[in-house]
Design a protein around this ligand. Sequence first.
Ligand SMILES: [Zn+2]
Length: 177
Amino acid sequence: MAGSAAVKMSAEEIEAEIQRVELETKTLALERAKEENEQWKARKAEKAKRNAVTQSDLAADRRKEHAKTVGCRHRQGGFQDSFPKKGKGDPCISAHKMPFGELRLQCNRCQLEVYEPNPSQRNVKGYRDKHGRTWDEQKEVYDKMLEFWEEGGLHMSEGPQFTALTAEGIPFRPALV
Ligand SMILES: [Zn+2]
């Protein structure tokens, strides 16, 4: 029965070969997975680094913007290039009504800008407006600017207005940030 012994040997050899190839495949797959993980980690680290740079650039921009507004009385008059801007005339705040009804107020001298805070965002964790203000800080600046705008009496500009509705048809103001 040499033939069947040879077949049996071959079957064992084939089995061994299968196991060897399977092991090799698994080893290579493991290496590939490790390599991909390393590349993914490197990409993630690179992205985090880029984000940190962007955040610090934004923070620097905000500081620069803020510095220009400190000491401004948000009033007309005084010297054009004086700092702080000591105007004693009427307030120079302009107002623009945004598409969903909130006001955007801006000082025409120092460019201090604030949006009417959205009540629905008051309790949003970590909320910051585009200038880095918390909701309460935004509200404080907004209220002050609103008073100035009302006192100054400048016209309000507005573009097309829209009404956002919930699925139930109830009007709501969508979050801007
Ligand atoms: Zn100002």
